[in-house]
Design a protein around this ligand. Structure first.
Ligand code: ZN
Ligand code: ZN
Length: 254
């Protein structure tokens, strides 16, 4: 793997001074996915086949609604409904309730582990998580993660960018921990983990201190004191924990 279409956006993300470069990447991927699907992609048969099957998650229905293109949304919803009704009908037809006698309430019956009995609740749960936009983001995000480990191990300038960064949110720190297991060799791990852990510690502490000063600013004695870097301590503090930009206005069709 040489320089790819992922190298420049990834380098930009590390130069952005964001609380987490991977949150920055994810936000761009999400906006790209929303404008893609609500642009004109929903009119393409192969794409529509996927949205019919997958639908969208709670969060992305909200973001699609905020974005605009009501007709596009209605068209996708309509054919997704048709697909869903058909699939649900088949699931309901093959569903059979378990036999519940007075005594069986008190002991675990074999029926409770029966897969035909679990099939419908499992299917319903899976619908909740199934999302065309999440899926599209995940596919591209994996490529950015691969690019990260490639650049980290092959490009000294990128390694420097990494060590100058503000660390990562807890969610993406988790992704880095999971992937580093297979992406790095033993000697690379020896230098990667101490650096990554130091970044996390140092930057969580920095935000903790920003929050502390934010609170102190409410003391009347500090009312004329400068905000320092605390003014946006709440949105940055939340992003660092769960990887979301609470202060972002809704992303809209222009
Ligand atoms: Zn993040
Ligand atoms: Zn989603």
């Amino acid at each position: 793997m040489k320089d790819t279409i992922y190298t420049i956006p990834l380098t930009d993300a590390f130069n952005s001074e964001d609380e987490c470069p991977f949150c920055y990447i994810t936000r761009n991927l999400e906006q790209d996915a929303i404008s893609f699907i609500l642009g004109s992609a929903y009119m393409e048969d192969d794409i529509r086949e996927q949205t019919d099957k997958m639908g969208f998650c709670k969060e992305h229905y909200k973001k699609m609604y905020d974005y605009g293109n009501r007709l596009g949304t209605a068209l996708m919803l309509h054919t997704h409904y048709k697909a869903l009704e058909k699939e649900l009908k088949a699931k309901m037809e093959s569903f059979s309730p378990s036999q519940t006698s007075f005594f069986s309430k008190f002991k675990k019956t074999k029926a409770s582990t029966d897969s035909s009995l679990d099939a419908l609740p499992h299917w319903i749960k899976a619908q909740d998580k199934s999302c065309y936009i999440c899926n599209r983001i995940d596919t591209n995000f994996k490529r950015y993660m691969d690019t990260f480990f490639y650049l980290y191990t092959h490009n000294p300038e990128f390694k420097q960018l990494f060590s100058n960064s503000k660390g990562f949110c807890i969610t993406h720190f988790g992704d880095l921990m999971t992937l580093s297991e297979t992406k790095l060799n033993t000697s690379q791990k020896e230098s990667f983990y101490p650096l990554l852990f130091a970044k996390m510690e140092e930057n969580l502490k920095r935000i903790e201190e920003d929050l502390s000063w934010f609170i102190d600013k409410y003391d009347y004695q500090n009312q004329d004191a400068p905000w320092k870097s605390s003014k946006d301590a709440i949105p940055r503090g939340i992003q660092k924990l769960v990887g979301t930009y609470v202060q972002d206005p809704p992303f809209k069709e222009n």
